[in-house]
Design a protein around this ligand. Sequence first.
Ligand code: AMP
Length: 282
Amino acid sequence: MEVVETIEQIRKIISKAKSAGKKIGFVPTMGALHQGHLSLIEAAKKQSDFVVVSIFVNPTQFGPGEDIAKYPRPFDADTEACKNSGVDVVFAPTVEQMYPGKNITWVNVEKLSEPLCGKSRPGHFRGVATVCAKLFNIVRPDFAFFGQKDAQQVIVIQRMVADLNMPLEIVVCPTIREKDGLAMSSRNKYLNTAQRKDAVLLYAALQEAELFIAAGEHKSSLLKSQMEKILKISKQIKIEYISIVDARTLEAIDEIKGKVLIALAVKLGAARLIDNIVLDVE
Ligand code: AMP
């Protein structure tokens, strides 16, 4: 497995693989790899002939006061994990490679970037969409693999690809969870023991909503207050949002019907955690 830092190097490698008729599968990450990331790599291995993983902590998607400086960067463990998973090449550019000057060209996926996480992280999805567009232009993948865990990110990227006619397919992979239900995340490392225990309440709240819906409760307001009750069992959890929205438009809905995204974000100690479920309701 090769590990390359420059755009020139990765372009050469990709050109060679494409000339050999290989389908390129791409998994963009910020590193600190866990089973969630590895499940994307596994899906990429199954669906393509040549797997590229990028490791890049993208500064343009972090707002002022966010955790970019302390974001975990266990680079050797990450490349080792990629090697063991059968990745063909890791692209780990420096910030200077990706943003050699001050960036003045942005991809802004309007409307879809604004609700949910966009409210508390203005500019976040502009940074995500821009870096993904750049990475797609550099890697030229046939397939790019994203986790359902970041539901809004998936919707933003799918829309960008559609609106800008990018020649690749976005493949969405299920959220991988710890045994107790907590969605795996590089940010779980910030949790102390007590906070880690309380973190199970995120998925518990989502499951509660699912149970209520299965029992016939379709009012968003009631479901949200039920979820809030569960999250409030923890004194440490600070709710940022609990949202029930149309899974395609991200518009809030009052009555559960059709494809629905139930998403939440909380602060727990130093960590900002998100989770979601998507339900198809008759
Ligand atoms: P990140 O390194 O956090 O930017 O994530 C890179 C990719 O891994 C994104 O597509 C995430 O949605 C995905 N991912 C992160 N955590 C999980 C998880 N627990 N299950 C599935 N995919 C995940």
